[in-house]
Design a protein around this ligand. Sequence first.
Ligand code: SF4
Length: 416
Amino acid sequence: MTVRGWCPSLAEPMRSGDGWIVRIKPRRHGLSAAQARRLAAEARRWGAGWIGLTNRANLQVRGLDDGAIGPFAAAMLRAGLAEADPAVERQRNLLPPVLLGSDPALGQRLEALLDGLEAVLGDRSAGALPGKFGLTVEGGGVLPLGEVAGDLHLRAVGDAVWLRPDGARLALRCRWDEAAEAASRLIRLFLDRRGEARRLRGLVSALGEDGFWAAAGLVAEQPPTPFASAPAAGFRGYAGTARGFAAAGLPLGRLDPEALDGMATLAERFGDGTLRVTPWRLLLLPGVARADAAEVLQRLRRVGGITEAADPRLRLLACPGAPHCASGTVDTAAAAARLLALGAVPARGLLHLSGCGKGCAHPGTAGAVLVGGADGRYGLVRGGTARDLPAAVGLTIEEAASLLRATGDAEGQETA
Ligand code: SF4
């Protein structure tokens, strides 16, 4: 990838080593089965053969050639998977509670809140937001977003909505009907002072927390403790009902179009007819009866989903790497297959395979990170990110596997 700090959207694809990349942003209730089938068909027809799940709960189709972008985008628009106005589509970065509309613990008030926030993001009267600028809305339930980051994080707790800018310790407490206007006010502050920082976190840092809230003319408070989140593959029931959701991971977060087709069929037959993309690279089938859970999980495995929480493939993260990404020096998919075959994925903790030092697949820390170097070999970072100084360099994948096996579990703190 050649442009830092920029995200591809449907109308603004990004050039990479294997062609153009476009990003599909599912709506707040996920993909309908029909949308999933349409996306699978068009990705199969025009793309590189797989669809990537991103840590912003988007879907990324890559490998489109010059002649494919127009027809692919037209098909996505017809399917209702994008806004016709490219500027609105670019800013439509709103991560809702992943089970909205299915988990009964997520109340109707969240829908009205999201209506208001969508209007705020669609309003460009104050200027254009950076393509990566996004909002996260947290409403509790059986699978909260927890610590998933956004430039502005909104958390609904009881009668209040708390707005916390990324990087801030304090948050603004609002009534539900005030929250969208408060979000608009904070976004306008960012846009008014956009020369000082590229993201909201940078502005909080530049002004200092007290200075930020003073500049906004708002008084912030200590927010309540975040909802704890424990995303995992498998089935989990909603509180007080006979239904729940089934969650499946995909090897390296890559979704085969046939697998997407198969999951769409399962969603119609056993669930509420939708699929949810999550920031944890798990696909969810909401609305599954507890009585059908075992059968659904078995059928998910048949179409390529990973449903056992202990499966080592779920602890292995990899970016597209070479040859898909022009910046990649190593074939991350081949390396991942080799590490699995050699039994080198640690029994605990994340192993992050990065095609270069940018670390796109996982900006946070992992127990161990293998980073492709200019020589086509690997550097090993323990308990850090792809940008950190490696403890060992110039490793073949077999040498890296030996080091990983020798120490057993991946070590160190991990962050999202
Ligand atoms: S981390 Fe991977 S996807 Fe990101 S620029 Fe490097 S090789 Fe490309």
